[in-house]
Ligand binder design. Sequence first.
Ligand SMILES: Nc1ncnc2c1ncn2[C@@H]1O[C@H](COP(=O)(O)OP(=O)(O)OP(=O)(O)O)[C@@H](O)[C@H]1O
Ligand SMILES: [Mg+2]
Length: 357
Amino acid sequence: MNSHVSVSGGTGAIITDARQDDDVVRLENVKRHFGETPALDGVSLTVRKGEILGIIGRSGAGKSTLIRCLNGLERPESGSIFVEGRQITGLDERELQPFRRRIGMIFQHFNLLSAKTVEENVALPLKIEGRPKAERLNRARELLELVGLSDKAKAYPSSLSGGQKQRVGIARALAARPALLLSDEATSALDPETTRSILALLKDINQKLGLTILLITHEMEVVRSIGDRVAVIDAGKIVEEGPVWSVFADPQTDITKSLLAGIRPQLPAHIVSLLSSEPTGEAVLGVDLAGAAAQGTLLADLPGPFRLVHGGVDHVQNQAVARLYLAVPAIAVAQFVSFLEARSARVEVLGYVTSHV
Ligand SMILES: Nc1ncnc2c1ncn2[C@@H]1O[C@H](COP(=O)(O)OP(=O)(O)OP(=O)(O)O)[C@@H](O)[C@H]1O
Ligand SMILES: [Mg+2]
């Protein structure tokens, strides 16, 4: 354990990295294996001040291990983790405490204390810090107002809905004014409508307070609705990273495409079953467009007749992002592809059909 960390535990030494003081969290080549399993296999990642960064990956990708390394519950074998420019790898439990307080967390199952009222739950981090009672209560009231639950201050968690419980969780996470709010699948246990309201609240807090948010999720919809940037993690590696709209418009890896499958138009199965590799009849093209190119006039200028088989235009971070499926004459495929590619579209020839689909 800890073979390469550059700060030894228990010395009180804290390395400060002055170059990147504006980054809230930074991981450099972080590795953590469990036997043969590379839970984190050289992860480098930066969470910038004020942004909402989504980290998305399938089950077993390494998300929880990443969170545990961030809050010091797990120690990487090698690599460095910086919180607000200060290295935390190698610190002991006592030295980690102030850094843990800089990261507020919300959880899938809320983790509220059932024997305490809503306002006591919210004030708990301040109680642990030893803040005076009047200050704790004032802060709890202020935060309950922020999350729209002022009327529930004296209620107990058991009387709240899931969405209300998560609002309490958010208020509690913010009590000690953290630099980062870390959301660990915070909407995974909620219905779609409640999920939307919690995500809207997080976006609102991000914009009102400039709060930096790290969203850990396996659902692309969560990232789509409020993320600024996204990093895709698979088998312990960050395989793709970028502004959310650009990853949506032009996913580079199969894992990203499969994570997007639920929310991007997919060619219906009955059409897929008709596709052949024999270049006769019509070619079916999958076309990805973003920005101005996705707004529609491009279709009017295509170099010949075509049929729009399936698809749609979405808006991600106020950018138009289109995924279209076009059937074009097989003999004109090359013309269509070069026309579209010249206009920044990404085009795949998915196969050929001999009957109208
Ligand atoms: N304590 C451990 N002992 C052994 N293997 C572990 C341990 N913790 C994690 N792993 C393994 O490391 C890999 C990453 O696990 P991790 O829990 O970080 O994934 P995850 O992305 O959080 O998955 P999920 O979405 O299912 O929660 C998995 O293969 C897992 O089996
Ligand atoms: Mg997990």
